[in-house]
Design a protein around this ligand. Structure first.
Ligand code: C2E
Ligand code: MG
Ligand code: MG
Length: 709
């Protein structure tokens, strides 16, 4: 149907058997700018309507043949004319024919005699209202289509929360059937807390005049569904509530959150979410004036499990630890006051074998809960774990930091709990410690290491490696230097540089050094028994060890006990010993020398060695420090120092060995400079006893190129 609003004139079809009436009607409508067509009876009218659709039909009721009512009915049967404006012209103004006019589908009627000026206005008016009705219908169709295409449910409610109307969106299912909620109140239909939430939103929407949004969940037949409702004011006392099922989005969001915030191995919150949550708890604690405790747990010797049983077993153990903590920490198989079931606890895994437990709601006066929990955690974890066929027992060390005393923010508390945990490790593991301001993390790490060394000595975790020393002239092996290694249960093979300083500071170097001399001597005897020509073994001794009162006695005892010949043992002293002219010590060392023990000065050239010092001691060899060897042969300074040391040694009748020889050029230079012995990676790295034994059997390390042949 064409729109009469457009620029063309509206068309009208006049149907009347009376020629004069048609003429008058036409005259009138033309004056009102209609473009007029005529038909003399019903049949002609229907024929004409096959050819075009007018904007208005003016239809006489009384016609020969098909009367106006019938024509009207026929017209209304056609799909494109269901709402074409149609005015009936009746000869009678009795109620019956007026009714019949409307029933047959007329929009309006006008009775004869016709009031001509009115007819034109009438026609215009009918046209306009038909147009408005058409627009309204189109709008409704459009809205219905939108509603159908959207997954939302649309509710109309009054200000008190009474459901007035409902439109179902695509695939949406309301919480209850329409007859169960239409004309009822929210609170009669929905769970109380959801109804309250929506009522508040309705109130706010009406009060402020703009959109409110709430989310809630409802139990549906296939499980819990999540919804987002947008509440828009509609007039002053009604709201339109558009509700969308956001269950899928929520599940995806949860999944993303889980990935970002949860540790995938144990399902516990990860470091990030732990820190955020702890910060949140601290805010609340500050407001509500209560304490928060952070317990930082680290498994003792976890690396050993990983190394010996494999990573899969390690992962299994971590999961089992997490499960035990989550499930049993508050279990009733422990008797404790106050009842732990009543306090909230947050767990997290920070990574590796580190777990945290946060107690966010501690009253000032139930501080002992922290220690109860710590004890309980340790008791829980100390029960054996079954991994595959294997029973694994593990202990844990726990550090505890508390808010407000030990820190204001999550990062500080974590740092301090970590420090306290180290302290617990230092105290021999399998215990818990409270953070104390006097603990600095360095001091604690040192303490932990010291404790570890002590344990390592008890558990026999130290090993000696041996590095050959050769004649510069032909590569004959003339000795080995014993170098200590620590086969650490968690850290693997540890170099002496990482623990000797702490062993020295703590005095542990004394028993350790004794063990080294003893082991080196026994090794020489063992090689000898294996038929290997036993070389001289050089053992490093630290200043503190030499100063220990019974040093000389110990060395003598070891020589006696192992049966080594004294001249097979060389003790490498540090330059600092020479600086300390204690005559009794010099006498002691001289006694050993008299028995045959050799003495050398290690790392010579790095300290304040002076000839006069060297002369006082029964030294037989200088070891040129590797830092000078490194610069050979290019660095003139190093070349100069080495030349001077060799000349000085010759003048004192001392042997010289250069250590840290890594390449051919260094070896060639040293040999030409008359350095008698060489030691370094060029010949061999320090080796475990069995590999060293193979080298010793060969007796010589010949280099492939000219020079050492
Ligand atoms: P050091 O006595 O001067 O030992 C030589 C160090 O240089 C050893 O390191 C050795 O592995 C390394 N080395 C040998 N050849 C080369 C080379 O060609 N290039 C380089 N870059 N390095 C080479 P290590 O075994 O790590 O020992 C370090 C230090 O620890 C030793 O220096 C010694 O002072 C001390 N130490 C080792 N074992 C003991 C011990 O049983 N008791 C005491 N008190 N100290 C020890
Ligand atoms: Mg040495
Ligand atoms: Mg050295």
């Amino acid at each position: 149907m064409q729109s009469p609003e457009s620029s063309r004139s509206p068309t009208a079809l006049i149907v009347d058997d009376d020629h004069v009436m048609r003429l008058l009607e036409q005259e009138t409508l033309v004056q009102f700018k209609f473009d007029v067509h005529e038909a003399a009876d019903g049949e002609e009218a229907l024929r004409l309507l096959d050819q075009f659709v007018p904007d208005l039909v003016l239809l006489d009721v009384d016609m020969p043949g098909m009367d106006g009512f019938e024509v009207c009915r026929q017209i209304r049967k056609r799909w494109d004319m269901t709402d074409m404006p149609l005015i009936m012209v009746t000869g009678m103004d009795d109620l019956g024919s007026i009714n019949e006019a409307y029933e047959s589908g007329a929009n309006d009627f006008i009775s004869k005699p016709i009031n001509w000026p009115i007819l034109g206005h009438r026609a215009r008016y009918v046209l306009r209202s038909a147009q408005a009705a058409r627009e309204l219908r189109e709008l409704q169709e459009k809205q219905a289509a939108i509603v159908q295409a959207m997954p939302d449910m649309i509710f109309l409610l009054d200000w008190q929360g009474t459901y007035l109307d409902y439109k179902a969106g695509y695939g949406s299912t309301p919480y209850k059937g329409t007859d169960e909620f239409l004309n009822r109140k929210l609170s009669d239909v929905l769970p109380a807390e959801v109804a309250d939430l929506l009522l508040q939103a309705i109130e706010l929407a009406l009060l402020r005049g703009h959109l409110q949004s709430v989310v809630y969940k409802l139990p549906m037949p296939d499980g819990i569904h999540h919804y987002e409702a947008r509440v828009a004011p509609s007039g002053v006392d009604k709201v339109v509530v558009v509700v969308r099922d956001v269950t899928l989005e929520k599940l995806n969001e949860d999944k993303i959150r889980r990935l970002a915030y949860f540790d995938t191995l144990t399902g516990m919150p990860n470091r990030q979410s732990f820190l955020e949550r702890l910060d949140g708890e601290l805010l609340r604690a500050r407001r509500e004036r209560h304490q928060v405790a952070l317990l930082f747990l680290d498994l003792d010797g976890f690396k050993r499990v990983n190394d010996t049983l494999g990573h899969a077993a390690g992962d299994f153990l971590l999961r089992a630890v997490a499960d035990r903590l989550k499930e049993k920490l508050r279990g009733s198989d422990f008797v404790a006051r106050p009842a732990l079931d009543e306090i909230s606890v947050h767990f997290a895994r920070l990574g590796g074998d580190e777990f945290t437990v946060v107690l966010p709601d501690l009253d000032i006066d139930n501080g002992q809960v922290v220690t109860v929990i710590a004890n309980r955690m340790q008791a829980l974890l100390s029960r054996p774990f079954q991994i595959n066929q294997q029973e694994v027992t593990i202990t844990s060390s726990i550090g505890i930091a508390r808010f407000p005393g030990d820190g204001d923010d999550a990062a500080t508390l974590l740092k301090h709990a970590d420090t306290a945990m180290y302290h617990a490790k230092a105290q021999g593991r399998d215990n818990w410690q409270l953070y104390d301001k006097t603990l600095t993390s360095d001091a604690i790490k040192r303490l932990a290491l010291e404790n570890d060394i002590r344990k390592g000595l008890e558990r026999d975790e130290f090993r000696l490696f041996y590095q050959p020393q050769v004649l510069a002239a032909d590569g004959t092996i003339v000795g080995v230097e014993a170098l200590i290694r620590w086969q650490h249960p968690e850290h693997g093979l540890v170099s002496p540089g990482d623990f000797i300083p702490v062993a020295e500071e703590s005095g542990l170097i004394v028993p350790m050094g004794k063990w080294v001399i003893q082991t080196a001597c026994r090794q020489v005897m063992a090689w000898q028994q294996h038929g290997v020509v036993a070389p001289r073994v050089a053992v490093n001794v630290s200043a503190r060890q030499v100063r220990a009162s019974d040093f000389i006695g110990h060395v003598t005892a070891i020589i006696d006990e192992t049966g080594i010949r004294a001249e097979q043992l060389e003790l490498e002293l540090t330059e600092s010993i020479l600086m300390d002219p204690d005559t009794r010590r010099i006498e002691g060392l001289s006694r050993l020398r008299a028995q045959g023990v050799h003495f050398s000065i290690d790392d010579f050239g790095t300290g304040y060695s002076s000839l006069s010092y060297v002369k006082r001691f029964p030294i037989s060899m200088l070891k040129i420090d590797q830092s000078f060897v490194r610069g050979l042969p290019g660095n003139a300074n190093d070349v100069g120092i080495i030349t001077a040391i060799i000349a000085m040694a010759q003048s004192l009748d001392l042997e010289v060995i250069a250590e840290g020889v890594e390449n051919r050029a260094q070896a060639d230079h040293l040999r030409e400079a008359k350095c008698g012995k060489l030691q370094g990676y060029l010949f061999s790295r320090p080796l475990p006893p069995d590999e060293a034994e193979c080298l010793l059997r060969q007796g010589r390390i010949a280099l492939p190129q000219q020079g050492l042949e």
